[in-house]
Design a protein around this ligand. Structure first.
Ligand code: CO
Length: 188
């Protein structure tokens, strides 16, 4: 399936609020193919030429419900600075679960965005600063458990939220969208 921006389900569609079902392991071919389509979208969307050619809005992550499939599959592609180098971390995960998280919160300095959200929703989206995730790694076909912090942790929580029908602006404090929380990390 070739996903483009027009095929992405927007938040005007209530199906985005549905919960996704667990993907059976060992994975079926159709689920593996779906995971690969998600990866291709995110990867290509970050390539200027392809993004233009195929009508892809740049993204650092996507979840299956955003293409109308309510199965627990997500993909993230995030650049992390490792010393002087920039490393792209790509993951395609089935059934991702946050098994533990820090008490400390973190939020992105300019708030969050989403492929499915066209309206303006400004404000801090506070999430856990550090998480531990258990999932099934689709590319390597193995169970994985790992820790994440910083931007990657935020993106993972955003995508995992989609599997529960939750959107980023559900977390914004309506009375005080840019509320400063004590001890929270604001990520640039
Ligand atoms: Co999103």
């Amino acid at each position: 399936m070739r996903i483009n921006y027009d095929t992405i389900v927007k938040d005007t569609d209530p199906s985005l609020r549905n919960k996704s079902v667990t993907v059976p392991i060992p994975m079926m071919k159709k689920d593996i193919a779906l995971g690969k389509s998600l990866l291709r979208y995110v990867r290509d969307s970050r390539d200027e030429e392809k993004a233009e050619k195929f009508n892809l809005k740049p993204a650092v992550g996507i979840a299956a419900p955003q293409i109308g499939v309510h199965r627990a599959l997500i993909c993230v592609s995030v650049d992390e600075e490792v010393g002087d180098e920039v490393e792209t971390i790509e993951m395609v995960l089935a059934n991702p679960k946050i098994i533990s998280h820090s008490v400390q919160k973190a939020a992105l300095k300019f708030g969050e965005g989403c492929l499915s959200v066209e309206g303006e929703h400004q404000g801090y989206v506070y999430r856990s600063a550090r998480i531990k995730v258990r999932a099934f790694d689709v590319m390597n076909q193995e169970e994985v458990e790992f820790r994440a912090n910083g931007y990657l942790a935020i993106v993972l929580q955003h995508e995992i939220d989609h599997l529960g029908g939750v959107l980023f602006y559900d977390h914004i404090n309506a009375e005080n969208p840019w509320e400063i929380k004590e001890n929270a990390i604001i990520i640039d």
